[in-house]
Design a protein around this ligand. Structure first.
Ligand code: FAD
Length: 364
């Protein structure tokens, strides 16, 4: 398996050619998957319409907008399998090329990520690090860091004597990317039908407001909205946006805490994201006091410079998950369904979309 790097020229996504007769394509859902599909199908010359109940192109409401944007194939091995890992590596290689031609900047980089543990939490941390080390190829295995090495990488981190570097992990600014993907898809000719929820999908048709609309091919990427056609559930995640001028942080941090996982992700404009809870509930109400206290206390314990940061925004959303928590790509003639991206959508979406695009080839 090759190791992607930020500097290598990214491989191109294999696009199905529109050929002499472009297909009329419906995409149900304008979240992360829907935007990636719309961009590439429109660029390939197909006539693309995207339906979503959201009022506009910002992406707010989609899990993709809320996400922290960590691209963590190795750290996710704690709960994911080899398939997700492989999709993650492929996607890491695809992201730079995907965002390169978009209108508007999208921060995507690969400076690695850090796992940290407090003194006294060695047991819980070792379990995770050993598990990940056993599942990952040697070149991706966590590398223990000495205190001076950690201080050199991230001078503002304190209070966590155990640290490991995952050298090939990356991150993407999801808010920038959601906007730019939609703009890019529209520039390529995709038509977005905002405020329109698809009631049901079938091979070559969608049902919408009592009408059955015919297409050559339908992509169903409605996330949790695909129920009852898919047994998808929403897993609640809460996240806080901080304004933290002066705080030095270059890469995502995960604190391996025995009771909860906490990550800290830097963004442009002195923003820092602290997340995320993972609760088996479809409650989309605002973040709870308990999650706020636990997430921020844990973040402050390793990054005391956050003390004077301001909480400027909080988000709650649902990760679309199937019963086995693994992604699905289901295909029949005229219909492709992609769902269950759970907690690693940004990590694996480009590679899944690449595979989904291949499903069109027989009729292109
Ligand atoms: C708090 C949180 C943090 C996360 N952090 C990360 C991370 O760091 N890294 C990572 O890789 N992943 C992360 N994720 C996961 C990632 O966001 C999801 O896996 C990903 O967004 C799933 O993409 P999707 O396109 O399937 O769904 P979404 O992005 O949710 O898009 C689904 C779209 O379908 C639309 N829709 C719903 N019903 C209908 C209907 N009836 N008709 C038409 N459209 C409909 C919705 O409006 C929405 O726009 C996180 C998620 C959350 C909630």
């Amino acid at each position: 398996m090759s190791t992607p790097t930020g500097s290598a020229s990214p491989p191109a996504i294999h696009l199905p050619p529109a050929g002499r007769s472009p297909l009329r394509i419906a995409i149900a859902g304008a979240g992360l998957l829907g935007r990636l599909l719309a961009l590439q199908l429109a660029r390939a010359g197909h006539a693309v319409q995207v339906f979503d109940p959201a009022p506009d192109a910002t992406g707010r409401g989609a899990a993709g907008w809320t996400a922290a944007g960590m691209l963590s194939p190795v750290a996710e091995l704690e709960s994911a399998d080899d398939h997700v890992f492989a999709l993650g590596l492929r996607s890491l290689a695809l992201w730079p090329g995907l965002v390169a031609g978009l209108p508007g900047p999208v921060d995507v980089h690969q400076r690695g990520s850090l796992l940290l543990a407090h003194r006294g939490d060695e047991g819980a941390a070792s379990r995770v690090v050993d598990l990940v080390r056993a599942k990952a190829p040697p070149e991706h295995a966590p590398r223990g860091l000495s205190a001076p090495a950690l201080a050199e990488l991230e001078p503002d981190l304190r209070g966590a004597p155990h640290a490991w570097l995952l050298p090939h992990e990356g991150q993407i600014d999801t808010v920038q990317a959601m906007g730019a993907l939609a703009q890019g898809a529209m520039a390529a000719g995709a038509v977005f039908r905002w405020g329109q929820a698809v009631d049901a999908v079938a091979a070559r048709s969608v049902r919408l407001g009592g009408q059955q609309l015919a297409f050559d091919w339908v992509f169903d990427v409605r996330g949790t909205g695909a129920r009852p056609q898919l047994p998808v559930r929403g897993v609640r995640g809460e996240i806080l946006h901080l304004h933290a001028p002066g705080v030095r942080l270059s890469r995502p941090i995960r604190l391996l805490h025995p009771r909860h996982r906490v990550y800290i992700v830097p963004r442009a404009g002195d923003r820092v994201l602290v997340g995320a809870s993972e609760i088996e509930s479809e409650d989309r109400s605002p973040i709870s006091l308990r999650s706020t206290v636990e997430l921020l206390a844990a973040a402050h314990s390793v990054l005391p410079a956050l003390a004077e940061a301001r909480v400027v925004h909080t988000e709650t959303n649902l990760r679309p998950a199937l019963p086995d928590n693994l992604p699905v790509l289901a295909v029949e003639a005229g219909l492709t369904q992609v769902n269950g991206l759970f907690r690693h959508g940004w990590l694996i979406a480009p590679a899944l979309v690449e595979r989904a695009l291949h499903t069109l080839e027989p009729c292109a």
